[in-house]
Design a protein around this ligand. Structure first.
Ligand code: GLU
Length: 307
């Protein structure tokens, strides 16, 4: 194999259930992307949302990946063991005046949006109204529950980035984070760390240069870029893979009961990989191929497509 290029990719599953056809697409694409760049591929278990985590799902996912020939090139990281790093990042943001405590319950937020004349049916998609922003008076004697990131406004909150979404290459994306999401949560009222903060801290700590993940996560990217800027961390390249849909057209997900992949023997592993490859528009490998042969063929194809 040629020399390590210094590129690092990762697959970051939440252990809320075993791998399914949709998550295998992200796993395969991130692995191929790292290999095609002669880089390393790391696995990170995102087990922060403890109420949603299923005991043993992490081990199962690692076994399923191994059955497909996908093994981490470095130690597997569990986010549940990295709280001190998230706390340090939060403290940095507080010291910089970019994080503030928020006392709002869901009801308070609803009331604030209603008071602004926003119809109830639009509340779900509305940005946080900024009630507890320091410049609006802060907590005003109420107890802080969560910590929010101050996204700023205007140019400061506007992110443009190059993204390859689905099979479309080289799309320039723009989002005004203040208008679309507003000040987002870094640490939840129940004390759990928010995905946005943890993912940014960990991608940087692991030296990740290329983030390849499912398209459903694409709209988190501008929030993560704002956090990288605030924390003085580099922004990786982003590529979002097409989603696998169930026969009703809904995104395949564990919550909606996607069946776990059957990876009992090399034949079923090849079948699952071929299905994932099809979503990525890569040629099917003939029955009888080993997973190693299939991965090598797709790495070549990926390298040509994503130079
Ligand atoms: N843990 C997230 C998920 O399973 C993925 C996070 C990411 O790739 O940035 O949906």
């Amino acid at each position: 194999m040629s020399q390590d290029s210094g590129c690092i990719g990762r697959f970051a599953p939440s252990p809320t259930g075993p791998l399914h056809a949709g998550s295998l697409v992200a796993a395969l694409a991130s692995w191929l992307d790292a290999r095609a760049r002669n880089g390393r591929w790391l696995v990170r278990i995102e087990d922060l949302d403890t109420p949603r985590c299923v005991p043993g799902a992490d081990t199962l996912i690692l076994e399923q990946l191994a059955a497909c020939g996908l093994t981490s090139d470095g130690p597997v990281v569990w986010q549940s063991q990295r709280g001190a790093h998230y706390l340090a990042a939060l403290e940095q943001l507080i010291a910089q005046g970019q994080a503030y405590p928020c006392a709002c319950s869901r009801k308070d937020i609803e009331a604030a949006l209603l008071a602004r004349g926003l119809p109830r049916e639009r509340h779900q998609a509305a940005p946080y109204p900024g009630t507890c922003r320091p410049e609006h008076g802060g907590l005003r004697g109420r107890a802080g529950r969560a910590w929010r990131f101050h996204v700023g406004q205007g140019e400061a909150a506007r992110v443009s980035w190059q993204d390859a979404i689905g099979s479309t290459m080289g799309g320039m994306q723009v989002q005004a984070v203040d208008e679309v999401v507003g000040d987002f949560v870094l640490q939840r009222a129940d004390g759990l760390w928010a995905y946005q903060l943890a993912v940014v801290v960990d991608d940087a700590a692991q030296g990740v240069t290329h983030v390849v993940r499912g398209q459903d996560l694409a709209d988190n990217t501008p929030r993560q870029i704002l956090l990288q800027r605030a924390l003085g961390l580099p922004t990786p390249a982003y590529l979002h893979t097409p989603l696998v849909r169930d026969p009703r057209g809904d995104k395949l997900s564990k919550q909606h009961g996607a069946p776990p992949l059957d990876l009992q023997d090399p034949l079923t592993a090849l079948t699952a990989l071929n299905a994932a490859a099809q979503v990525l528009d890569l040629p099917a490998q003939p029955a009888g191929s080993t997973t190693a042969d299939a991965l090598a063929a797709w790495t070549q194809a990926w390298r040509q497509r994503h130079p």
